[in-house]
Design a protein around this ligand. Structure first.
Ligand code: CLR
Length: 264
């Protein structure tokens, strides 16, 4: 992920081809994206089920809550930055992504990686007791109290439980995150038609995957209905970060480079 520098001319000649993919082609799109997800999702489902029994103790919770705000921000920035690296790797493995110009690769990653992380969070979220994986153990919203971002955390945890209620499989999460990442409506894209074509293929693959279930149309609508809440969370995160940078510029300076590059 490099600084926004590359310039590439918009495609002058566009072929207008209808989406007439054969089922074999759609199957290929699916397989590529599902494999890329499994290779880059940081924790396998089995690992996550095992860790589900591991909770932060009351002492862990007190200890996290008594940390200074700057310390906790730094810790979260490190974890988020680490998780973004896996999202970058996911994107790179999606067929067609590396054929986009460098500008568009960067635009898509910068604007979409937090949304991808939020969807990925579903895998590391326990809706029974509203806990999320943090530092190797599951903990509730209260472990993030010292951040002073209760409204943001509320929104994140609400999304977590709402997405968990959809009970998405790894295959569905793979295709959904790919479709969110490869979005033609992101500002500053040079070749949005090319991105559009890629996303169309992914949506066909997602639809086909959802057809394996009952009421697939309903589910696609439900998945899409979570996008506005994700947008809200991204905006809240930007606001909180901006405010934090004003209060603690020295700490914000030492945030991981990838976190700074994506969000600052
Ligand atoms: C998401 C799924 C990834 C692994 C992963 C890494 C970091 C986690 C993130 C998941 C979920 C959200 C998370 C984050 C670290 C801090 C953040 C727990 C599990 C919480 C919600 C705090 C956000 C604070 C903001 C002020 C940045 O594969």
């Amino acid at each position: 992920l490099d600084v926004l520098s590359a310039h590439c001319p918009v495609e002058m000649v566009e072929e207008h081809r209808v989406l007439d993919l054969s089922s074999a082609e759609i199957e290929h799109v699916s397989q590529n994206i599902i494999q890329s997800h499994l290779d880059t999702c940081q924790f396998t489902s089995e690992e996550l089920t095992k860790m589900n029994w591991n909770f932060h103790s009351q002492d862990d919770i007190y200890s996290l809550q008594s940390k200074p705000c700057e310390w906790m921000w730094q810790l979260c920035a490190i974890h988020i930055s680490n998780a973004i690296q896996y999202v970058v790797e996911f994107a790179k493995r999606i067929d067609g992504f590396m054929d986009l110009c460098q500008n568009d690769q960067i635009v898509l990653l910068k604007s979409g990686c937090l949304e991808v992380l939020l969807i990925r969070m579903t895998r590391a979220f326990n809706p029974v007791n509203n806990t999320v994986l943090f530092e190797g153990k599951f903990g509730g919203m209260q472990i993030f109290r010292s951040l002073g971002c209760d409204d943001l955390l509320h929104a994140i945890f609400d999304l977590g439980s709402a997405l968990c209620r959809l009970d998405l499989s790894d295959e569905e999460i793979a295709l959904f995150t790919a479709a969110v990442l490869i979005s033609p409506d992101r500002p500053w894209l040079a070749e949005s038609r090319k991105v559009q074509k890629l996303q169309d293929r992914i949506f066909l693959a997602l639809q086909k995957e959802l057809q394996k279930r009952h009421c697939s149309e309903d589910l696609l609508a439900k998945i899409i209905s979570k996008l506005p809440l994700m947008k809200t969370i991204c905006n809240l995160h930007s606001d909180k970060l901006e405010f934090f940078r004003i209060l603690h510029p020295e700490t914000a300076q030492t945030f991981p480079p990838l976190y700074k590059e994506v969000f600052c």
